[in-house]
Design a binder for this molecule. Sequence first.
Ligand code: O2Y
Ligand code: MN
Length: 599
Amino acid sequence: MISTSHKELKAWVEEVAALCKPDSVHLCDGSEEEYQSMLQIMVDAGLGVQLNQEKRPGCYLFRSHPSDVARVENRTFIASKNAEDAPSPDVWIEPEELKATMRKSYDGCMRGRIMYVIPFSMGPIGSPISKIGVEISDSPYVVFNMKIMTRIGTKVLETLGSDGEFVKCLHSVGKPLAAGEKDTAWPCAPSIDDKYISHFPEERMIWSFGSGYGGNALLGKKCFALRIAAVQARDEGWLAEHMLILKLTDPSGKVYYVCGAFPSACGKTNLAMLEPSFPGWKVETIGDDIAWMKFGADGRLYAINPEAGFFGVAPGTSMHSNPNAMRSIEKNTIFTNVGLTDDGDVWWEGIGTEPPEHLIDWQGNDWTPASGKLAAHANARFTVPAAQCPVMGDEWEDPAGVPISAILVGGRRENTIPLVNESLDWNHGVFLGSIMGSEITTAAITDDVGQVRRDPFAMLPFFGYNKGDYLQHWLSIGKKTDACKLPKIYFVNWFRKNADNKFIWPGFGENSRVLKWIVERISGTGKAVETPIGNLPTADAIDTSGLDISNDAMAELLQVDKEAWLIEVASIKENYKSYGKALPKELEEQLEALEKRLS
Ligand code: O2Y
Ligand code: MN
């Protein structure tokens, strides 16, 4: 079947092949030839488009089925042995019951297809912080995306040896082919109810069925690097987080590494690749989505980016919002669900150029600006090797990781939350992480619009275990080292609006001004005033030189509105009820102390 000395891996591959019944099995070596041949298979079958090689060398476009365009949160399950160990009752199914259901779906699901076995490493191969997984998938699209997003192939298998630990990741698009049947452009299970993104945390195992898209199918990313790794991290005393990692160098050459957790639509990738708006400072990228942090021998937290690529949202990405992402995707990029221009290039809403007179939209139909439809799906993506980003920090693949000085937590809030707020200590920082979130802008129930969706550490869709226990784990991390060695936690908000409903802060590259204050605080020169909610910059502490912003606007950005905060406290109390008995008492105490300081 496959040649490996790893008995457990061999047995698992044989078991899966016997269940899924593929026509053949291919063990991925991770070579460039293999990558090219996967792409060619799909282009030859009419399932993908090679873009204009002069404009976008090495680039391809794929269009997914309209029903398969994003992560399916309502079909994502955590099958822990005990229901209380799951993040919430609605995502829990008893593991044996779920396996029995899914085995019926998997039975024969790869007929007419090749079963690919993809050994992959999350993190630099051999790093003490890295972990190995093996994904079995019947999708060549998954193979070439995994090649970009992780490190795959023979070297990983060699590192695994004959008895190394690995996470079992099984994926099928859920569309077997009868003899002679032509494949569809984007095979997937026809109905949402047939899709399953299942996690078995105790067994360190993932079973995904029915979707070929993004986080549902590229199992190294959200399923492994967040949901399963979070359980490993809890058991082993480290952190697996939904965070960017950036490197900031000040004019004297001093370097700081900063992690940041933001819910979607907060410009996380833009911040990770930010171009500072004033001279002398430099921002470089270590990672844009996930950070694994472990204690080093010196008692500090060291982070690696477990990924090797970016799976970024295309719409809204432009030379204004993220010039470094635009430069990254000039070549060797897989585009999914973007518009195809008549000269073989890509286009999407918010790309910063005028809409072409005609293109082929993400569903493969003719499109003109008068169509009244989106040319690119709102969740259209680019997959690109991180190494192509012109501002990757040299140490982004350092197996030792980078020492973290600060952690940002934030959300999209029109009011109440100031531009930046420094936590008073670790527990207060964890409290800030637990209350972060964004206002709901679209909702099935209109009453929800404007309400805050609390998204602790931006992990709401990615918890692998009980969310109260997760926050308790954060608190316990704070006890593992000297307080002075822990990163400082900052609550940021780029999205505060004025009475005219306009954003007060310009955002994008100007966010570097806030980063500057943060590192000044860390080095002891930044000025701050203690308020009931935390330490805020003094009126003159944020460098606004060369920026067209009034003192009144700055005052509004840094205002602590006690009335608004008391409403916030009531809303947090309500949210904390959802934790039940698992709410850490330290966080209840933080909330009580905040209320006291406000009144
Ligand atoms: O829709 C998907 O499948 C991808 S979701 C995603 C991709 C890259 C980075 N972050 C996310 C996310 O949902 O947080
Ligand atoms: Mn993400």
